[in-house]
Ligand binder design. Structure first.
Ligand code: ADP
Ligand code: ZN
Length: 603
């Protein structure tokens, strides 16, 4: 009896059922159909080509742009007993020759290759002599020159189709917007491929946006206190910020590491390895970090500075909760962020058209931050998906923001900008409105203006909120030539003249809580009873050690979800252990005894 797809899913991968569109995709491709798969990060794309690869005769060639990711994926497959290998520039000649031999002798189920290697004449003629079952093109959006991951070699991949028209192709991506999708179809000649489009919703991620109080470190620490012992990523805007935030977290007693492109490559690689092998590490990074990180148990992604676009933001937050467990995406931002980002765009090298596009993207993100509606609805709408009703799992759904009539305050704020000559940033404007006699006020004689002191009814935070919302509403923009001075836009006129009104969101009160009740315990964070938590921690320690010994990421040994299930089920023998989801036959053979020993010792 030949294996069915479901048998393989159970026996090899240890999963109980296919998710979403997986079953249809696997069927279609296993039967020789071409497919274009659009699924969000964490949706489960790999299974969509890995199971067809096992069902079809011959080897599956997987094109993948990221060397580190390729290695981790191959390692994960080997751990479950699949005959997988990769060919890339990191291999020595001898190993490469051995893998080529295995390819020709039909000893591989999957072979991962980087596109530039695949496209060499030598490799293509090697493929002529192999039995091919399938081509999988991962990260297919790399063909798009408008995305940030453009890889020119991807454009030549049509050669696969021309040379081996009978071998089915499956292209996969987590980038969803319509222009990119059209470009993939056209550039990879996938006009006849069946398209499988999943929802881009990630219901297990909770979205929260908070306005920055001061530098925002206090708020970050409060947020992190909700995630003790959990792994997560903190994204910051610049290398300098990364280093200072990482240092502050370490001072606060956290296991924090830094990652940015300016660091020594070997330190960077070591930090990345620790993040993958150890539990509970907070990685503070620029967006240079994350592409090619398949870690499934990232429990939070925090942005301490404003990202550049909604797409980028969604992709970065998507790195949380790939395993489907509850996760958080948290963003804090202030007007200062908007000013620095605008400055960066306008002073950048890009052409005028590109700059305008980037500024529009930034505005869209600002609008998202200041919105009072469901965050998820807004994010999905950006990707062309309409979602009826609120999600119940974002800050605005969980505690709907109140609003107030901001017309009067706006007129004061706009006048302050106008009367001071549109040459000052928000800090000074707030001083003028609140009637604070600073040196700068004295120097420019702003205390004689009619707007001086007219805004004593609002405090500093509230005024900053007014300015942010005026900017998000397009009434005000930033003059980057003048160090972030605010200026009025055309849209400000009717508001100044009293012809329109605006409503603003009410800022939540700054949280004043004692240190004690801020901390979440580890048992709460992982939602385990104390005995299970003890077993879980013992298993994690064993896993970290095993991962270090084999020099592989911890998750390729077992996922957190599997360790949790073991800790909760407390199986007494191998039979009971085998029934736990996530444990296929190969993992049972390899690690079953060791796991039972851990449980025994922890008892
Ligand atoms: P993507 O490449 O789309 O980001 P992956 O293929 O890495 O997603 O899968 C994301 C996570 O979901 C992985 O941890 C994987 O083990 C898990 N997964 C995939 N399919 C299933 C399934 N049918 N049942 C349970 N877990 C699954
Ligand atoms: Zn919501």
């Amino acid at each position: 009896m030949p294996d069915t797809a479901l048998d393989l899913l159970h026996r090899i991968f240890g999963h109980t059922a296919f998710r979403g569109e997986q079953a249809h995709i696997v069927d279609h491709v296993a039967q020789g159909g071409d497919a274009l798969v659009l699924m969000p990060t964490g949706g489960g794309k790999s299974i969509c080509y890995q199971i067809p690869a096992l069902l079809r005769d011959g080897v599956a060639i997987v094109v993948s742009p990221l060397i580190a990711l390729m290695q981790d994926q191959v390692e994960a497959l080997r751990q479950v007993g699949v005959r997988a290998a990769y060919l890339n520039s990191t291999l020595d000649a001898e190993t490469a020759a051995m893998i080529e031999r295995q390819l020709l002798q039909g000893e591989l189920d999957l072979l991962y290759v980087a596109p530039e290697r695949l496209l060499t004449g030598r490799f293509l003629s090697l493929l002529d002599r192999a039995q091919l079952g399938l081509f999988a093109i991962d990260e297919a959006h790399c063909v798009s020159q408008w995305g940030h991951d453009f890889r020119p070699e991807y454009r030549q991949l049509t050669v696969l189709h021309e040379r081996w028209p009978d071998v089915p192709r499956i292209a996969l991506t987590a980038t969803a917007d319509a222009p990119t999708r059209r470009e993939i179809v056209e550039r990879l000649a996938l006009e006849d491929a069946k398209q499988f489009v999943s929802s881009f919703d990630r219901p297990n991620i909770r979205y929260t946006v908070v306005p920055k109080d001061g530098g925002g470190t206090r708020q970050l620490l409060d947020f992190l206190a909700r995630h003790p012992g959990q792994s997560g990523i903190v994204y910051a805007f610049s290398r300098k910020r990364v280093e200072s935030v990482a240092e502050q977290l370490c001072k606060a007693g956290m296991k924090a590491l830094a990652y940015h492109a300016g660091m020594d490559a070997s330190i960077r690689a070591a930090n990345q390895r620790r993040f993958l092998q150890e539990d509970g590490i907070v990685m503070v990074a620029t967006i240079a970090f994350g592409m090619g990180i398949d870690k499934p148990d990232v429990r939070f992604v925090a942005h301490v500075d404003l990202p550049k676009s909604v797409e980028g933001y969604y992709q970065e937050t998507g790195r949380a909760g790939r395993d489907g467990g509850a996760s958080e995406a948290w963003l804090s931002y202030g007007l200062g962020d908007v000013v620095s980002l605008r400055q960066m765009v306008e002073q950048g090298e890009a052409g005028e058209e590109r700059k305008r596009l980037e500024l529009r993207k930034l505005d869209a993100l600002l609008g998202y931050c200041e919105s009072t509606d469901c965050r998820r609805q807004a994010l999905l709408r950006w990707f062309g998906e309409e979602r009826a009703g609120g999600c119940g799992n974002c800050d605005n759904c969980l505690s709907p923001p109140e609003s107030w009539d901001g017309t009067e305050a706006s007129r004061k704020a706009l006048s302050a900008i106008y009367r001071t000559g549109q040459r000052f940033g928000v800090g000074h404007l707030v001083d003028v409105l609140r009637g604070v006699r600073t040196d700068k006020v004295a120097q420019f004689r702003h205390d004689v203006l009619s707007v001086f002191g007219v805004g004593k009814d609002l405090d500093d935070r509230q005024w900053r909120s007014v300015f942010r919302q005026l900017m998000a509403g397009g009434f005000v923009d930033v003059d980057v030539e003048h160090f972030g001075a605010l200026r009025l836009t055309e849209a400000a006129r009717p508001l100044l003249r009293g012809e329109t009104t605006v409503r603003f969101r009410t800022e939540p009160k700054a949280a004043v809580r004692s240190r004690r009740d801020r901390r979440t315990s580890e048992a709460e964070a992982f939602d385990l009873d104390p005995a299970s938590l003890a077993r879980f921690q013992a298993l994690r320690e064993w896993r970290a050690q095993t991962a270090r010994e084999q020099n592989v990421p911890a998750y390729v040994i077992f996922h957190d979800a599997t360790l949790r299930a073991i800790a909760e089920g407390d199986p007494a023998d191998l039979d009971e252990l085998a029934r736990i989801p996530g444990i296929g036959s190969s993992k049972l053979d390899r690690y079953g005894e060791a796991v039972l020993q851990q449980l025994f010792d922890a008892a």
